[in-house]
Design a protein around this ligand. Structure first.
Ligand code: SF4
Ligand code: SF4
Length: 445
């Protein structure tokens, strides 16, 4: 049977074998931890602690009362060493809370399971999910409590779990499904209480046979008859929200639509897992699983790590480098961000740390466009990357917006196929940031 997929896309080498069979290891950092206040799409958090304060695991250290926001909670106990500007993975100085770790990991005891959570009004979940600081862990970092409050919950017909993990090299979601499937299915069952008209669908790329088998077994074990599992074609970017909706619901997705407009709500698999932990176990968002991999790493691993841990410490936990890396990336090779320093913290959106040697980093010189059209064929959003690149370089941001530049999902497919090595995706990231700043200014914000 042909597996469902979407139009466009590419087939980069998977390179997942380095960590596919590595069980998740727990790591407890010893050094200071750094918590950037910007860890979600939406309003920026303000620090709610000051230098010298003592904090516990799960204690709120950053908050904003705006609707589209999610608080930042400490992942360690210790003393606030500083509140100030620090370098983060996006290469900028941002406001951070720095905590001197006392290595006791004492918990804030106010975090307990939500009382009577299986029978209560499921709307109580929303407040818990917000307080627990939960965001989309696939990289989008949109506050989950906001996503779970569409204008009309009855219009949601599909509650989709994004377990595609289509980025090469990464295995954090794959391992979570293999090792802790129960929490994922239980989390989805809880969420389905919020959307009584919806069915649940878990989409997994077919290159994860063990996860598919384990999750199928778990669905049977839990009598989850309203939830199905759908293997998907291995094609990048299968895990992008719009591509996943097209593949799983066979609906054509208009570029400007929101998932709720076509009856869908999409959540990353770790997000669903974390929702269960927050509601049923009283565990807020203070850790995540990170795949540390690449041919420059001595011993690649999947690691459950407290947020705020430095990238340097994680790489040392993996035995350091075999040889000097040519490139270190936060995330996967397609959508990740090249790191300028290892002295940056793991944040909610960090799915992987990838260290590549010169041989595999493919650092190539950029040439003029030869108008081959490969980028157009590859673009899953139906855009004209060659044209968009030209208008951004000309700083014609009106043309960029008019030709759909804001619909670019920054998947990197166009850059991957370009024989002239044009830095297409990077220019679109810059173009989008500039257009949004221009539009904000025009609106007087
Ligand atoms: S233009 Fe944007 S959406 Fe299209 S392939 Fe390039 S990065 Fe992906
Ligand atoms: S793939 Fe590269 S060379 Fe070919 S049309 Fe697109 S930008 Fe030009």
């Amino acid at each position: 049977m042909r597996l469902p997929s979407f139009c466009g896309g590419i087939h980069p080498p998977q390179n997942k074998e380095l960590t596919v069979n590595k069980e998740i290891e727990n790591y407890l950092p010893t050094g200071e931890l750094v918590f950037p206040m910007a860890q979600n799409i939406g309003a920026l958090n303000e620090p709610v602690v000051k230098k010298g304060d003592t904090v516990l695991v799960g204690q709120k250290i950053g908050n904003n009362n705006a609707f589209v926001s999610a608080p930042i909670l400490s992942s360690v106990s210790g003393t606030v060493k500083d509140v100030g500007m620090r370098l983060t993975s996006c290469g900028m100085l941002e406001t951070c809370v720095v905590i001197e770790n006392d290595e006791k990991y004492e918990k804030d005891l106010s975090w307990i399971p939500l009382p009577n959570y299986e029978n209560n009004d499921p709307k109580e979940y929303i407040a818990r999910i917000r307080e627990a600081g939960i965001v989309g862990y696939g990289g989008a970092t949109f506050p989950t409590a906001v996503k779970l409050t569409p204008p009309d919950p009855k219009c949601i017909k599909w509650l989709i779990v994004n377990a595609a993990e289509c980025e090469p090299y990464l295995n954090c979601d794959n391992r979570l499904m293999i090792e802790e499937p129960g929490k994922i299915v239980k989390g989805l069952k809880l969420l389905m209480r919020l959307f009584p008209e919806a069915v649940g669908v878990i989409g997994i790329e077919s290159n994860k046979p063990e996860a598919i088998a384990v999750m199928k077994e778990e669905l049977k074990k839990q009598n989850a008859f309203k939830i199905s599992l759908q293997p998907l074609v291995v094609k990048y970017p299968q895990g992008a929200e719009k591509m996943l909706i097209e593949a799983l619901t066979k609906q054509e997705y208009v570029m400007t639509a929101l998932p709720a407009d076509v009856g869908c709500l999409v959540l990353n698999v770790r997000t669903v897992h974390q929702i269960y932990e927050a509601i049923a176990e009283g565990l807020p968002s203070t850790t995540r699983v990170v795949t540390v991999t690449g041919d420059a790493i001595v011993n690649p691993k999947n690691i459950r790590v407290p947020l705020g841990t430095s990238v340097r410490e994680l790489i040392e936990f993996c035995g350091g480098f075999k040889e000097e890396p040519a490139k270190i990336i936060s995330g996967g090779p397609m959508m990740g961000i090249t790191l300028r320093s290892m002295e940056v913290p793991v944040v909610k959106g960090t799915s992987g740390i990838l260290a590549l040697t010169k041989k595999s980093a493919h650092l190539k010189e950029e040439f003029a466009c030869i108008r081959c059209g490969r980028c157009v064929e590859a673009c899953p959003m139906g855009l004209l990357p060659n044209t968009l690149n030209k208008v951004v370089l000309l700083r014609d941001y009106v043309a960029f917006e008019e030709t759909g530049g804001l619909n670019c999902i920054e998947c990197g497919s166009c850059s991957y196929v370009c024989p002239a090595n044009r830095h297409l995706t990077q220019t679109f990231r810059d173009g989008k940031v500039t257009v949004m700043a221009i539009n904000r200014k025009a609106a007087g914000k």
